[in-house]
Design a protein around this ligand. Sequence first.
Ligand code: FAD
Length: 411
Amino acid sequence: MARIVIAGGGFAGIEAGRVIARGLQLRGLKDKHSITIIDKHPYHAFTPALIPASTTPMTVSDEAVREAVCIPLSDIHFSIPVAIVTDEIVQLNVAWNSVVGKKKHYEYDYLIIAVGQEPTFYHLQGVQTHSLPLATIEHALAIRSEIARQIQIHDTGQARIVVVGGGPTGVEFAGLLRSRARSFIRSIGGRCELEVSLVDSGDCILKMTRPSVQNRVTRILKQMGVSMIQNAMISHMTDQSIEFENRGHMPFDMVVWGAGRATPAVANIELFTHGRAGAIATNESGVPKIPNVEHIGRPVYAVGDISYISDNVAWVAPNAITGGRHAGEHILTHIDYAERLPNDFVPRPFKAQNNSIFLLGTHTGVVTVPIFIPARFGVLIRRLVDLRYFLGIMLPHKAWKQWRKMKVLYR
Ligand SMILES: Cc1cc2nc3c(=O)[nH]c(=O)nc-3n(C[C@H](O)[C@H](O)[C@H](O)COP(=O)(O)OP(=O)(O)OC[C@H]3O[C@@H](n4cnc5c(N)ncnc54)[C@H](O)[C@@H]3O)c2cc1C
């Protein structure tokens, strides 16, 4: 009997679990092996909804926002029973085939590491204390209530909201906030103005896209009233202002930090080679590049944002799903061949899918291949992509229910 343990129930972990469950069922092996998914939360956070969630007017309750973003892991459909465990992993002991959680240890025969990434503040003084990151539902709710607090404090004045980071998170947040500012302010009976600035250290935003997209998005944001501050290197932050290395300082009332993501400490495993942002360097099946193979016990895979395949594979949900699928298929092949892969076994090449739809506010929807579409179509396309994903991981009635819950985020 093989014990397959998946650390992390995000996009990659769920896909890996579903592929293995289906494979075992098809092979009539469902009673022979066990699959366990361990996550510190009992839900799968649907991250593409976090930015709309953080800018949703206050007429929608926190509870409704939370339910729209968080899919209970118990609602995910697997072909055979999969154990879902809520526990925080504190150590991945790959030399001893064991995952150490706060509640207990989990021994494994196959391990898939899929714990994703977390925000980093690059050890810049004062940044973590004085800014709000945006990577979890707690962050999104904290940002939303801080925007509301600023509106109340400033009464008829102006609240200065600075967004740091010109990547997809910063750009989408700045655009959505600016375009929803009026309805947000109205939702709490406020009267102030929201001044939104987007700060980036480089000379362009959305570095992974073509210059034509960068220029167009910059123009759209400016037209919407977002101030663009580029080539601005932050040195530190005080409780009232951002201090730059090269351009003085900038006072703020609130800072949203979307400038960096890093590998969580638990995945910083010495035996592995680490690539960009400390992610575990892997081949296209999620198998880590391990310099000292003899120190590793049972097979280990790293997939999703925690894995670094090459600079051509962006850390986005579709690539995490592909990574999870590849690792799942690799484990099934391993089981088929009684753990000895044939000499001519060639892992499936990784077909990166780096394009994602992001919304630039209620006026414009943008796809990163340079097609610009009006917002209502942008939202519609995004909602249909979401529905397709939900139908892939849940039974139809549950997928439909979850999809309807998300409606509140786009009002
Ligand atoms: C604000 C935001 C918006 C985004 N928008 C988009 C978008 O529109 N489109 C897109 O394609 N991508 C988007 N992304 C990127 C996308 O979220 C990631 O690429 C994707 O989530 C990676 O999947 P994953 O499975 O590797 O990690 P995750 O989905 O992050 O899952 C990791 C899981 O591991 C769990 N975990 C972590 N540490 C531990 C621990 N110590 N113990 C137990 N469990 C643990 C977490 O709770 C989580 O459930 C966005 C990201 C952010 C932050």
